[in-house]
Design a protein around this ligand. Structure first.
Ligand code: ADP
Ligand code: MG
Length: 762
C-alpha cells in the first residue's frame, strides 16, 4: 500500500535507478508523482479515419505501419513512415530523422498526433508525436495493456531522462501508483469551501485527472478545466493563499508604532512639495499615512509605473516618521540609485533641516564606521543606502520606517530577511549580520492558538496607545517599524496576489502632468547613421541622450567590450565635438557618481551605458533613448529603459535598433514596445511570454513555482483561492471548524512549507 509520502522508488516499476531520473525532475514521493499531470490528452476513443482528415487541423490517427525508411536529401536526412487503415494511407515525415531508423516494423499499431498538411494534394503529418501501441504478434499481457492506449481518452506526459521515461511509461507507472494508493486520502480543504465550490474528493480528482471518464470533454481536459483539474489547481493555490493570509494577519497582530499626524506634520509635508502632487500621489499618501497612524506595523507595497513619482510619496512618508522623532531607512538596489535618492533628498528635504546620510558599500571603512555611529546615536534621520544597509551591521537608535525602492530587484527572499530583522529588539533595531544567516525556518503559524489570535488582530495589541513622547518611547520598546516597499515593475495582478499576497497595495495609476507620450520606433542598425544624425539634432535642441548596449551579466567581459567599443567609436568618430561619456557596472563608484552627476547637470550630452541605468535613474532633460541590439533585451527591461526618458516636458524618442537575427519572440517584444507605453499591458504580455519563473529574470530569487497551477492560465482560480482563504479566516464565527484548521495547518506545514519554504521565511 502506498502513502502519498512514500518515496517513488517503492512504486512498482521504479527502482533506485529510475528514482534518480525522477528526482532530477523534482519527483521524490508518490505524491509528487501523482501531481505530475498530463500536459495534454489524446482522444483515442474516436480516432480519425484517414479519409476524413482535413489540412490544417491537429489530429490523432491510429494506424498500422506499412513501410518506413530514411531518405537522404541534399539538405538533411528525412525519415518517412506510411501507415494504413484498410486501403487508406497516410504519409508521415520527420526531418533529421536518422534516430528513427530502426524504430518501426510493418504490422505495428501506432498512434500519431500532429498537424495535417497538404503536400501538393496529398495529406501528410509532419514531425508528428507518435507512440507504438502494439507489436504484430504481441503477447497476452501486452494486448491487455493496450486497453490503456486505445479506445479511450489517453493522458500524454512529458518524457523524462532524455526520453528514457516515455509518456507511455509514465502512464503505466502512475496508473499503478494510483491502484496501490492507500484508500485513506487526507482531505485538507475545509468542508465549507469544498461544499461551496463543489469540489471533488482528492482521490477521485487524482484518478480523473490522469484517467478521465469516457464522456469527459476533450476541450475541458486540454484547458485544464475539468472538475478534477479545478480541484487540484485550486487546492494548491488555496494553501498558498491561506498561508499568505495568515502571515498578513500575524504581521498585523504585532505591535507597531502609532505615528501622530499632527498639523505640524502636515505643514512639514506641505513645505517640501516642489509641485502639486497628482491625485494618485495624494491617494497613496493618504493610505500610507492612515497605516502609519495605526498601532500595527505597516506592510504596504507602492506600485507605480516608471516615472509615476513614487519618490515624492516616499519622502512624504519619511517626513511623518521623522517629525515623530523616528529614523527612516531608504534602500535602493544600486549605488547609482542610492546616490540619486541622496541628491534629491538633500535638495528636497535638507532645506527643512532634516539630517540625511548616504551609506553604501563602496565607502572607505573609516567613513562607514563614522556614519554608522552617527546612525546609532540617532544623529542621522534619513539613512539612504544600498544593500550594504542589510549586509552589514547597522544599528539604529530609533528606526520607525523602512522604505525599499525598486523591490523587484531584491527578490522575495531578501524582502523577508529584512522584515525579519525588524523583529523586536529592546530599544535598538539591528539591520544586518543576523539577517544574512538563514532565519530559522518556522511555519507561518505554528499553532491553532496563534491562528486564533491572528484572526483577531486587535485583541493582541493595546487598544489605546499613549500619544505622549514618553508613551511613544515606551511603546517602541518592542514595536516593529513600518515597511513601505516600492516597485516600478507593473506586476500583473495575478503575480502580485501571490508574490505580495501579504502586503497591502497602493497604486500610482496616473502620471505627473505635462508629459508627452514617448514615440517608440524600431530600426535596423543599417540605419544607424540616420539615427546618430537625429541624436545630434536633439542634442542641438538642448536635450540629452542615452545609448544603451546589452548586458547579460554586468561583469561579463564580452558585454563590457560592446559598450566600451561603441563609446570609443561614438566619442571619437561620430560625435567628436560633443560631450560623450560611458557608464557601466565595473567602474569605480566614485567615477560612476561623477559621470551621473555630470549627466544630471547637463554637462554630458550623450551617455553610453549598459543596463546599469535601467532602474530609477531620473534625468528629465534626457529625451532620447537609443537601445542597440534591442532584440536581446527582455520586455520588462526595455520598458524600464524607456522609462528613463519622457520625464520632462519635451517630446521623447525611444529607438529600438536591431542587429542580426531577430527571433520570433523578440519580434513580439519589439512589436509590443512600439504599440504601447502601458506598463501593465507590457507586464501581462511579458508574463505570458516568459512564464512567471523568469518574469523577473535571474535576479529574482525565491519566486514560487507551482506543482500543478500556472499563473498565466489559472488567474481565475488564484483570485478564487485568495477570496476563499480570506473568507474562511474572517468574521466572528468563522466558517472553518477547529478540526479543519488543524488539518489545514498540518497539511500546510508538510506540503506547502516544503515547496514554498521561501515565502514564509520570517
Ligand atoms: P518613479 O515612480 O519612477 O520612481 P520618480 O519618483 O523618479 O518616479 O519621479 C519621476 C519624475 O517626475 C521626477 O523628475 C519627479 O521630480 C517628477 N514628479 C514626481 N511627482 C510629480 C508631480 N506631482 N508633478 C510633476 N512632476 C513630478
Ligand atoms: Mg524611482
Amino acid at each position: 500500500m502506498l502513502e502519498p509520502s512514500t518515496p517513488v522508488q517503492y512504486v512498482k516499476g521504479i527502482g533506485p535507478r529510475l528514482a534518480e531520473i525522477l528526482a532530477a525532475k523534482g519527483l521524490h514521493t508518490v505524491d509528487d508523482l501523482l501531481h505530475y499531470l498530463p500536459f495534454r490528452y489524446e482522444d483515442r476513443l474516436n480516432p480519425r479515419s484517414i479519409a476524413e482528415l482535413r489540412a490544417g487541423e491537429m489530429a490523432t490517427v491510429i494506424g498500422e505501419v506499412r513501410t518506413s525508411g530514411l531518405f537522404r536529401t541534399r539538405k538533411m536526412p528525412i525519415f518517412q513512415l506510411t501507415v494504413g487503415q484498410g486501403r487508406a494511407r497516410l504519409k508521415c515525415l520527420w526531418f533529421n530523422g536518422t534516430y528513427l531508423r530502426d524504430k518501426f516494423q510493418p504490422g505495428q499499431i501506432v498512434a500519431l498526433y500532429g498537424k495535417v498538411e497538404d503536400d501538393r494534394g496529398e495529406l501528410q503529418l509532419r514531425q508528428p508525436q507518435f507512440e507504438i501501441l502494439g507489436e504484430p504478434e504481441g503477447d497476452a499481457e501486452q494486448k491487455a495493456s493496450e486497453s490503456l492506449e486505445i479506445g479511450r481518452i489517453v493522458p500524454i506526459y512529458e518524457s523524462a531522462g532524455q526520453g528514457r521515461l516515455t509518456s507511455r511509461w509514465f502512464r503505466r507507472t502512475i496508473r499503478r501508483a494510483l491502484e496501490d494508493l492507500s484508500p485513506e486520502m487526507p482531505e485538507g480543504i475545509p468542508a465549507s469551501v469544498r461544499k461551496r465550490l463543489n469540489l471533488l474528493p482528492p482521490r477521485e480528482a487524482l484518478w480523473k485527472v490522469h484517467w478521465p471518464d469516457e464522456g469527459e470533454s476533450v476541450h475541458a481536459l486540454q484547458s485544464f478545466r475539468t472538475p478534477a483539474h479545478i480541484r487540484m489547481i485550486f487546492e494548491e493555490l488555496f494553501f498558498i493563499e491561506l498561508g499568505l493570509e495568515l502571515k498578513r494577519r500575524e504581521q498585523k497582530a504585532q505591535t507597531g508604532i502609532a505615528f501622530d499626524l499632527t498639523d505640524q506634520v502636515r505643514q512639514a509635508i506641505k513645505k517640501i512639495l516642489p509641485f502639486h502632487p497628482t491625485n494618485a500621489q495624494k491617494r497613496a499618501l493618504k493610505e500610507i499615512a492612515s497605516d502609519m497612524e495605526k498601532p500595527f506595523p505597516m506592510r504596504r507595497l507602492l506600485q507605480g509605473d516608471v516615472g509615476s513619482g513614487k519618490t515624492l510619496v516616499a519622502f512624504e512618508a519619511a517626513i511623518i516618521a521623522i517629525e515623530n522623532g523616528y529614523q527612516v531607512a531608504l534602500m535602493a538596489p544600486t549605488e547609482i540609485l542610492a546616490q540619486q535618492h541622496y541628491f534629491s533628498a538633500r535638495r528636497i528635504l535638507e532645506p527643512s533641516g532634516y539630517r540625511i546620510v548616504l551609506l553604501t558599500g563602496s565607502l572607505e571603512d573609516d567613513r562607514k564606521r563614522e556614519i554608522r555611529r552617527h546612525i546609532a546615536q540617532g544623529g542621522a534621520q534619513l539613512v539612504i543606502g544600498t544593500h550594504a544597509l542589510i549586509e552589514q551591521k547597522v544599528e539604529f537608535d530609533k528606526l520607525g520606517l523602512v522604505i525599499v525602492d525598486e523591490q523587484h530587484r531584491f527578490g522575495v527572499l531578501q524582502r523577508f530577511k529584512l522584515m525579519k530583522k525588524q523583529d523586536a529588539r529592546p530599544n535598538t533595531n539591528h539591520v544586518g549580520a543576523a539577517a544574512l544567516s538563514r532565519p530559522e525556518q518556522r511555519s507561518a503559524v505554528s499553532s491553532a492558538a496563534e491562528l486564533r489570535s491572528a484572526r483577531q488582530p486587535r485583541a493582541a495589541v493595546p487598544t489605546q496607545i499613549d500619544r505622549t513622547d514618553e508613551g511613544a518611547r515606551a511603546s517602541t520598546a518592542s514595536a516593529e517599524p513600518d515597511v513601505l516597499v516600492m516597485t516600478a515593475t507593473p506586476i500583473p495582478r495575478t503575480l502580485a496576489l501571490t508574490l505580495y499576497g501579504d502586503l497591502d497595495l497602493s497604486v500610482l495609476d496616473e502620471m505627473p502632468p505635462g508629459r508627452t507620450p514617448i514615440v517608440t520606433k524600431r530600426v535596423g542598425d543599417e540605419s544607424s547613421e540616420k539615427i546618430w544624425q537625429f541624436v545630434r539634432q536633439q542634442v542641438a535642441a538642448g536635450h540629452q541622450a542615452y545609448v544603451v548596449y546589452p548586458v547579460i551579466e554586468e561583469n561579463e567581459e564580452s558585454e563590457l567590450k560592446a559598450a566600451m567599443k561603441m563609446y570609443r567609436e561614438l566619442s571619437k568618430k561620430v560625435f567628436p565635438d560633443l560631450q560623450v561619456a560611458v557608464l557601466h557596472g565595473r567602474m569605480e563608484a566614485d567615477l560612476k557618481e561623477q559621470v551621473m552627476r555630470l549627466f544630471q547637470q547637463g554637462k554630458i550630452q550623450i551617455l553610453v551605458s549598459t543596463t546599469v541605468i535601467e532602474v530609477g535613474v531620473d534625468v528629465p532633460n534626457a529625451a532620447v533613448m537609443v537601445i542597440e541590439h534591442a532584440e536581446r533585451f527582455g520586455l520588462a527591461q526595455l520598458h524600464q529603459l524607456r522609462g528613463r526618458i519622457g520625464r520632462g516636458a519635451a517630446k521623447s524618442y525611444c529607438i529600438l535598433m536591431t542587429g542580426g537575427k531577430v527571433s520570433e519572440e523578440a519580434e513580439r517584444r519589439l512589436d509590443a514596445m512600439v504599440r504601447t507605453n502601458d506598463g501593465f499591458e507590457i507586464a501581462e504580455l511579458d508574463l505570458e511570454m516568459r512564464g512567471p519563473g523568469e518574469f523577473f529574470g535571474t535576479r529574482q530569487a525565491g519566486m514560487p513555482t507551482f506543482q500543478v497551477a500556472s499563473l498565466t492560465r489559472d488567474r481565475d482560480l488564484l483570485e478564487l483561492a485568495k477570496k476563499e482563504a480570506a473568507a474562511v479566516l474572517s468574521g466572528p464565527n468563522p466558517e472553518i471548524s477547529q478540526l479543519d484548521i488543524d488539518r489545514a495547518l498540518r497539511r500546510m506545514r508538510t506540503k506547502w512549507q516544503k515547496t514554498y519554504g521561501l515565502v514564509e521565511v520570517g
